[in-house]
Design a protein around this ligand. Structure first.
Ligand SMILES: *[C@@H]1O[C@H](CO)[C@@H](O)[C@H](O)[C@H]1NC(C)=O
Ligand SMILES: *[C@@H]1O[C@H](CO)[C@@H](O)[C@H](O)[C@H]1NC(C)=O
Ligand SMILES: CC(=O)N[C@H]1CO[C@H](CO)[C@@H](O)[C@@H]1O
Length: 715
């Protein structure tokens, strides 16, 4: 009796363990190598679909209550990626988030890289870790910490000892972190691939011989870290062995020159599902058909790894976005900014993945033959002793019927049919069976009563108020050091005629200007993503006597690409009043706004200033504060800031990003009107909302909305 009970119990236990490891299967590691066919994991060749999800652009959270359970973002995103047929999650590592000051590290909350990778592992997916540590990624300063800028003699991303020292130090730190958490596949973990540098092929030539030396050094340094998994360099045609050169772009099916050595596989590290958006720009809509066509073509041409950039873009919280980039990031990806499934993109790609996976044996172990089926039609056939799979391509604009093995096949315009048995069409890239869906916003709360707002107007500093002085115009990037978007440039001078009409002309290297004379706003101007410089001319009335000129220069994120990033500057370059040049004059500076310095967007900081009641007329540079309760349910929460101008927003002390409503697209609409507040930031009642408005937007028009998927529409 007792023995029977024991045996039953231990069997049950075993069963439980088996079920547990199967459903939360954390074991899939193995040594990773490669050959000309594909990556080889634990001795097995693989066709891999991968998607980029960047951990700081969403939230990990944190089971607080039952209601929060379904609003955990990381686990949800990863689960939806897995359900969409992905095998791999790809992420960059964000150096400037992890080491904001030299030697001070930050790896908690949204920056918990190890936690993110463990979550992916728990759901049984692999990871590609793009360490960079230069990453571009529309991330401020391309992910490099601003303190690097101040290291004497440094030249970023070239054969420069200072840069190489810090790059190696940080890369080693990350690799060691991964190793000590046993996260490399060679240790039984999920990381199957790592990346060093990023699209260096775009800029390497600017450094001539030093570029070549640096690129070889980076490859050797990375390989020397002995991760047990291969390294890649993307957009680097001459990546040295054993580093694999990979393709980035929208059309790697047609444009990739291929691996640079016969024993390397063909990998696509960035297949853009859309494109990043800048303020003033409109979303880039890339159709599900177009993505599917290019992926199928890449596989037909013996590609074995495709990564979607982005699979989920997320949110550029705080001031993370690079110059002029919107706060929503790749909202058009298969999972939208909030993690909602975007149809038909998500579903069509899921069907594509399944169709290609059903050809795996033939693709990986068969022999490829290609032949023409017509003037712009091509067959790619993979045949092994037991399997046959075919990809029939029509690259023409217009439907055609082709004969393949004496059977007619109708091929729609610009499409590929996938025949996993060389007979039956499992999938055609242009035939979208998935229904479209549409997103809608529902207003939950209006902030339209003036008595619920408190107001603090930022003082306009005069020269006398400043302590930082120079007899020249200072570069804003090097002076503000990314502690704030804002820097005041002030000077004073004696006017000698009453009410003299003069012209104030300002030339700035970026990005936004508001100029004040004697405390009065006289003009604003801004650059754009393609031309960050700003020139501004205003007629001004000077007084007889001392005039105070205060010019607020704002950056909208730091630049993120190009050679010699360390030399990039922003802020005023030349100032003239009625032709008189004040460029080399006595200037006084204030970095940041007073409200920022006092952190009045936090509960404690808020008590440091005297908030006023709301007045009907709004002034520029005003802080607004109110509280609100969390909307019921689990739908994503967004702020509709359509009535505002430009500024920054905080909820419970957390920056939810820059907003810019007044910078219209060519269609006369804001580039981004809704701003995501992750539910994990919210308490059920009394959430503190603080907004810094640079212009004269009206906070009474703000609403708190939830986002839902409206009725599916016929596609
Ligand atoms: C990887 O290979 C090494 C050396 O051959 C071996 O000791 C190790 O167990 C392998 N790792 C895995 C996860 O199979
Ligand atoms: C200029 O600034 C000084 C110092 O803040 C102030 O005393 C003076 O009144 C200002 N002048 C004008 C015209 O606003
Ligand atoms: C928008 C953009 O930069 N698209 C590029 C994508 O990649 C292709 C090459 O694969 C370029 O030609 C496009 O300009």
């Amino acid at each position: 009796m007792e023995k029977w009970w024991l045996r039953c119990c231990s069997l049950l236990l075993l069963l439980l363990v088996v079920i547990f490891t199967a459903s939360f299967g954390t074991v899939h590691g193995g040594n990773v190598t490669y050959d000309k066919t594909s990556l080889v994991i634990n001795g097995e060749h693989k066709i891999l679909f991968s998607g980029s999800i960047h951990y700081p652009r969403s939230t990990p959270q944190v089971i607080v209550t039952y209601a929060k359970l379904t609003s955990k973002m990381w686990p949800n995103l990863i689960a939806k990626a897995k359900e969409g047929g992905l095998d791999v999650i790809q992420t960059y590592v964000f150096w400037n988030l992890h080491e904001p000051q030299l030697g001070q590290y930050e790896f908690s909350g949204r920056f918990d890289l190890v936690g993110f990778i463990k979550e992916i592992q728990a759901q049984g997916l692999y990871v590609t870790l793009r360490i960079g540590p230069y990453i571009e990624s529309e991330f401020t300063y391309g992910g490099l910490p601003l303190w690097l800028h101040d290291i004497p003699g440094i030249v970023f991303r070239s054969n420069n000892d200072q840069f190489k020292y810090h790059m190696q130090r940080f890369t080693t730190k990350i690799v060691n972190m991964m190793k000590s958490a046993n996260l490399y596949a060679s240790q039984g973990g999920p990381i199957i691939l790592s990346q060093i540098e990023n699209e260096y092929g775009n800029i390497g030539r600017a450094f001539q011989e030093n570029g070549v030396t640096y690129m070889h050094w980076a490859a050797q340094m990375a390989v020397g870290l002995q991760t047990g998994v291969p390294w890649v360099m993307c957009k680097q045609d001459d990546a040295p062995d054993p580093v694999i050169n990979t393709c980035n772009g929208m059309e790697c099916g047609t444009r990739f020159k291929g691996p640079n050595s016969p024993n390397k596989p063909s990998l696509w590290t960035e297949n853009w599902t859309s494109f990043y958006q800048a303020f003033g720009g409109v979303p880039y809509l890339r159709s599900a058909k177009d993505i599917a066509y290019n992926v199928a073509l890449f596989i037909a041409k013996k590609g074995s790894y495709v990564n979607y950039y982005m699979y989920h873009g997320g949110t550029n919280f705080d001031r993370m976005a690079s110059a002029f980039i919107t706060t929503a990031y790749y909202d058009e990806a298969p999972l939208d900014e909030y993690g909602l499934v975007r149809q038909p993109k998500w579903g069509h790609l899921k069907e594509l993945h399944a169709a290609i996976k059903s050809c795996s044996q033939a693709l990986l172990y068969g022999t490829q033959t290609t032949f023409s089926l017509g003037s712009q039609q091509q067959a790619y056939v993979f045949r092994s002793s037991t399997e046959c799979a075919a990809f029939l391509e029509n690259s023409r604009n217009g439907d055609v019927t082709v004969q393949f093995q004496n059977i007619p096949y109708q091929l729609p315009s610009k499409s590929i049919s996938i025949l996993p048995d060389c007979k039956n069409v499992a999938f055609n890239t242009a035939k979208v069976n998935v229904q479209n869906n549409a997103r809608a916003m529902k207003t939950q709360l209006q902030f339209n009563s003036a008595e619920n707002w408190k107001v603090y107007t930022e003082a306009i500093p005069n020269f006398d108020d400043t302590s930082l002085r120079a007899n020249t115009l200072l570069d804003q990037i090097g002076t503000a050091k990314d502690t704030s978007d804002y820097m005041w440039y002030t000077f004073r001078f004696n006017g000698n005629s009453p009410n003299a009409q003069s012209v104030l002309s300002i030339y700035s290297q970026g990005h936004v200007l508001h100029s004040f004379i004697n405390g009065v706003l006289i003009g604003s101007a801004h650059g754009s993503h393609n031309n960050m410089y700003v020139a501004m001319e205003n007629n001004v009335n000077l007084i007889n006597g001392m005039n105070n000129i205060s010019i607020l220069s704002a950056t909208v994120g730091l630049p993120n690409s190009g050679a010699y990033l360390e030399r990039r500057v922003a802020g005023l370059r030349q100032v003239k009043v009625q032709g008189r040049d004040f460029t080399s004059y006595s200037w006084g500076y204030q970095v940041g706004l007073l409200g920022e310095t006092m952190q009045i967007y936090t509960a404690t900081g808020s008590s440091k200033v005297q908030w006023q009641s709301f007045q009907s007329s709004t002034k520029p540079l005003t802080w607004y504060q109110t509280t609100f309760d969390e909307p019921a349910g689990n739908d994503p929460v967004v702020l509709n800031l359509g009535s505002m101008g430009k500024g920054l927003t905080w909820v419970n002390g957390q920056g939810i990003g820059r907003y810019w409503i007044s910078f219209h697209t060519q269609k006369g609409t804001p580039s981004q009107q809704w701003y995501h507040i992750p539910r994990s930031l919210l308490k059920s009642t009394g959430n503190l909302l603080v907004i810094l408005e640079e212009e004269t937007g009206n906070p009474l028009g703000i609403t708190l909305d939830t986002v839902y998927i409206a009725e599916d529409q016929a596609s």
